[in-house]
Design a protein around this ligand. Structure first.
Ligand code: SF4
Length: 301
């Protein structure tokens, strides 16, 4: 669906897209860019899904697809800024030994099946001999996303979502191209005030499905989400969405709001964010751009 308005973080009110008060939050041209970029991304529509989207909050995925939203542009900015940085970084390496998502989309975009779900991936950097997949994680904080030198993402540590993400990308490349990717180097570049490289274990699909990649509001008591559990939620949600599509002759825009909310309500509630939080804060209210819409459509803390 669409971004139909903003959450103004200064006044804490939901306002229309063209509300003049938003000019204190960001220049209107930047706000326009943020909306257009989001709407133009076909990966963010229908039942298309990418490895990255499947590895986050399933409820956020459903809300963005099925409901009109009023995001907080300040919380969207890290993602928008990250996209801009990816473009520049892709440009820097494009004549070297790498294909980059920005300049060689045909080489870096692949579709396959994971756990019964058709899924796509867009790889930041794929070495032309298929020997390495690298991913940029950008951050605008003076932090390196808590990565320390020598850290490695495995199926069992808190960076497991990185190992899952890159292992699934390797799997999709293998499915699409037939290249053996079992020995492919998987690495994350944390691009922040400092750079830091972290290698990731190559996991099998089963190891990915069983890896714990997120925490719920019960994180204090150790409740974590397995990637396979999130994928099951997504499968159920897409199934319900497809059923609604059949009922309404493929015209998804005609599915009534009540039915859409019912589908979203089937997912973990507001506050059960899949995002990891090591510092005890609430990831939904701290970081989620659509937290207001999420809370408004049922369930809550
Ligand atoms: S507020 Fe939390 S549970 Fe709701 S969509 Fe955002 S991250 Fe997910």
């Amino acid at each position: 669906m669409s971004i139909v308005g903003w959450y103004n973080p200064l006044t804490k009110r939901l306002v229309p897209l063209d509300d003049p008060g938003m000019e204190l939050v960001m220049p209107k041209e930047v706000l326009k860019y943020v909306v257009e970029k989001e709407q133009a991304d076909t990966r963010h529509s229908g039942t298309n899904i990418t490895v990255t989207a499947s590895n986050g909050c399933a409820r956020a995925l459903a809300i963005n697809r099925m409901l009109d939203t009023h995001p907080d542009p300040q919380k969207m900015w890290p993602m928008t800024g990250g996209t801009l940085l990816h473009k520049v970084l892709g440009d820097m390496v494009r004549n070297g030994e790498w294909w980059s998502e920005e300049y060689h989309p045909d080489k870096c975009t692949h579709i396959g099946r994971i756990g019964g779900v058709e899924m796509g991936c867009k790889i930041d950097l794929l070495r032309k001999d298929y020997g390495a997949i690298h991913d940029f994680k950008t951050s605008f904080k003076d932090k390196t996303k808590w990565i320390k030198p020598g850290d490695r993402a495995t199926a069992n540590n808190w960076q497991s979502s990185y190992a899952v993400q890159l292992s699934l990308c390797a799997e999709l490349v293998q499915q699409a191209t037939g290249n053996d990717m079992s020995e492919t180097e998987l690495a994350i570049w944390i691009v922040s005030a400092r750079w830091q490289k972290m290698f990731c274990d190559r996991l099998t699909i089963n190891e990915c499905l069983n890896a714990e990649v997120g925490v719920s509001k019960n994180y204090q008591s150790g409740k974590r989400w397995k990637y396979g559990e999130i994928l099951e939620h997504i499968k159920t949600m897409f199934g319900m969405w497809n059923e609604a599509a059949v009922e309404y002759d493929g015209k998804l825009e005609e599915v009534p709001l009540r039915r859409r909310i019912e589908i979203v309500s089937n997912l973990p509630l507001f506050g059960e964010s899949m995002f990891q939080n090591r510092n005890g804060g609430n990831m939904c209210t701290d970081y989620c751009a659509i937290a207001k819409d999420c809370k408004a459509c049922g369930g809550g803390l």
